[in-house]
Write a protein that binds this ligand. Structure first.
Ligand SMILES: Cc1cc2nc3c(=O)[nH]c(=O)nc-3n(C[C@H](O)[C@H](O)[C@H](O)COP(=O)(O)OP(=O)(O)OC[C@H]3O[C@@H](n4cnc5c(N)ncnc54)[C@H](O)[C@@H]3O)c2cc1C
Length: 466
């Protein structure tokens, strides 16, 4: 069996890469060790977490907000097993969709663990121990990432869980401790808070959502606190003692000091993810990795070994599904002789809580650090007609534009539907738009997008509705 391209891993990076390569006429195969395609994202990441965020938001709305709209449903009851079945159905629909797309594009799919046996040779070891060798001109490694472990803390997926366990709890914990105030911790913390858990988030740094705009982080933390999440910032977890019914989490100030214990029924470890290359045989062929275990590539996704490329979570850059997908397209186009490319300056980042948080481009902290002069235009959702009528006035839109050229450099939104609102700004930034361009674009009334237009007007201090 001989191919132009073998892709290892069928997460969003791998399966999209394979489809694009097949579209461009390359004879393509994929190897996946999971029973289903779609990788972390579809099986235990983006899709199941969004299903539970959607369902738990509906549960909270029914209990807390419907009556304000004149919709009287009484006190809603939780059928957690049914909610999990709803999530599983969404996952199955999506993973089957990928299987269908691979077939439709005539991509051969092998199930088993891939090991690079040498240049142009991929060994596939199936679950029953059988193996076969596939010959190929090129290999794209898209093996993704795995849960980062906290030293000394063992994840049993029962009491001490990773995101994977937190997506499948059999009952609502009375007390949930989340270690890490990043996207995954805050999304899953929100799910279980809405379903009735008391949630405490312990974070080593002095802020939530590290890496995102500081003002966004502050406001978002306040909103989550109002919703009932308790934050222990500048605090480190030094140990988790698991008992029969729960765990005692030892926490002390990050700077050192007295230790205290927080009792929890479930502890979610959400301190990040690490690149996954186990069993790939990188050492056999001499593929280089960096100090964080990420496969090193050049700007064309080529590793130091001819014919071996890598994309997605397993290389540097934000660990996001759409980043992996676009790298998959880019590398397929490069292999087909085209000039595939991804603009790393314009990758949106979304937190799917309520309200949502979305950002694209540079933060104020980054611009200050680089000495870039900028103007900031900010518009609160309290002044947006649609947000007002919908009772979704938490948050704001902030646009940062170059002080000299007015070019949009970054946009940061906290608010309902922020994940959809940010797309307009990503397009604007790809086209090198100025804040003036966004401000002069007619936005439909009454929509939340008018807050984007007003923030663009606010860059030159001429917002209308504040
Ligand atoms: C709880 C959670 C929520 C998330 N939510 C979002 C979100 O809302 N939006 C977003 O953009 N990102 C989200 N992410 C991140 C997103 O899932 C990843 O960025 C994305 O899946 C990376 O894609 P990938 O193709 O690089 O790797 P992966 O999706 O990790 O896929 C890699 C695949 O390779 C397979 N594999 C590994 N080694 C081998 C081998 N040797 N042989 C064969 N197969 C192998 C694995 O089984 C896996 O299926 C979330 C992650 C988690 C954990």
């Amino acid at each position: 069996m001989s191919y132009d391209l073998v892709v290892i891993g069928t997460g969003p990076g791998g399966y999209v890469c394979a489809i694009r390569a097949a579209q461009l006429g390359l004879r393509t195969a994929v190897v996946e060790k999971r029973a289903t395609h779609g990788g972390t994202c579809l099986n235990v990441g983006c899709i199941p977490s969004k299903a539970l965020l959607h369902a738990s938001e509906a549960f909270e709305d029914a209990g807390k907000h419907f009556a304000d709209l004149g919709v009287i449903v009484g006190s809603p009851k939780l059928d957690l097993a049914k909610m999990m079945a709803f999530k599983d159905e969404g996952v199955a629909g999506n993973t089957k969709g990928v299987e269908f797309l691979l077939k439709k594009n005539k991509v051969d799919a092998f199930h088993g663990t891939a090991r690079i046996a040498g240049a142009g040779r991929v060994e596939v070891i199936s679950e029953d121990g059988g193996n076969r060798i596939i010959e190929t001109r090129n290999i794209v490694i898209a093996t993704g990432s795995d849960v980062a472990k906290l030293p000394g803390v063992t994840i049993d997926e029962r009491i001490v869980v990773s995101s994977t366990g937190a997506l499948a709890l059999g009952q609502v914990p009375k007390k949930l401790v989340v270690i890490g105030a990043g996207v995954i911790g805050l999304e899953l913390g929100s799910v279980w808070r809405r379903l009735g858990a008391e949630v405490t988030v312990v974070e080593y740094l002095d802020r939530v959502l590290p890496g995102m705009d500081g003002e966004v982080g502050k406001q978002f933390q306040r909103i989550l606190e109002k919703q009932g999440i308790v934050f222990r910032l500048s605090s480190k977890v030094t140990g988790v003692d698991v008992g029969k019914k729960g765990a005692a989490v030892s926490v002390e100030p990050a700077a050192g000091g007295e230790s205290e214990t927080i009792q929890a029924d479930v502890v979610l470890v959400a301190i990040g993810r690490t690149p996954y290359t186990e069993g790939l045989g990188l050492e056999t062929v001499g593929v280089q990795t960096d100090s964080k275990g990420r496969i090193q590539t050049d700007s064309h996704y080529a590793t130091n070994v001819t014919g071996i490329y890598a994309i997605g979570d397993v290389i540097a850059g934000p660990m996001l599904a759409h980043k992996a997908e676009d790298e998959g397209v880019a590398v397929a186009e490069i292999l087909a002789g085209q000039s595939g490319h991804l603009n790393y300056g314009v990758i949106p980042n979304v937190v799917y809580t309520f309200p949502e948080v979305a950002s694209v481009g540079r933060t104020e902290e980054e611009l200050k650090k680089d000495g870039v002069a900028y103007n900031a235009g900010k518009f609160p959702f309290t002044a947006n007609g649609r947000a007002k009528v919908n009772h979704t006035t938490d948050g704001f839109v902030k646009i940062l534009a170059d002080a000299k050229t007015d070019r949009v450099l970054g946009v940061h939104i906290v608010g309902a539907d922020a994940g959809n609102l940010i797309a307009e700004l990503a397009v604007a930034m790809e086209f090198g738009a100025s804040a003036e361009d966004v401000a002069r674009t007619c936005h439909a009334h009454p929509t939340l997008t008018e807050a984007v237009k007003e923030a663009a007007l606010a860059v030159s201090k001429r917002a209308i509705h504040v």
